[in-house]
Design a protein around this ligand. Structure first.
Ligand SMILES: [Zn+2]
Length: 93
């Protein structure tokens, strides 16, 4: 399974409906919500086969506004081995 960050935005006036619909499709508690702080967004990290499947956690009336990001972890040992070029000195006068 791949992991995805799903960012589910809704307007303040749609808040109750967005939360009720998310509850109805079984994903209310998968999300952390910013609503009480005035940010009407839910964030969830979900396992799914692809972005389309991850998007199934979002009510249909909000789906076209959604953002789904594939998440990976980097291996610290491999990152440590990457050779970083020193910054090129600028020749501006
Ligand atoms: Zn809200």
């Amino acid at each position: 399974m791949k992991r995805f960050l799903v960012i589910s935005n809704h307007k303040a006036e749609d808040c109750n409906l967005a939360l009720k619909e998310t509850l109805a499709i079984g994903y209310l508690t998968h999300y952390d919500w910013g609503c009480k702080d005035g940010v009407h967004t839910g964030w969830a990290i979900l396992e799914a086969e692809d972005k389309a499947q991850a998007l199934m956690s979002v009510p249909t009336f909000l789906r076209n506004q959604e953002m789904v990001v594939r998440l990976i972890k980097f291996d610290p040992a491999k990152i440590a081995l990457i050779h970083v070029e020193p910054p090129t000195p600028t020749t501006e006068k």
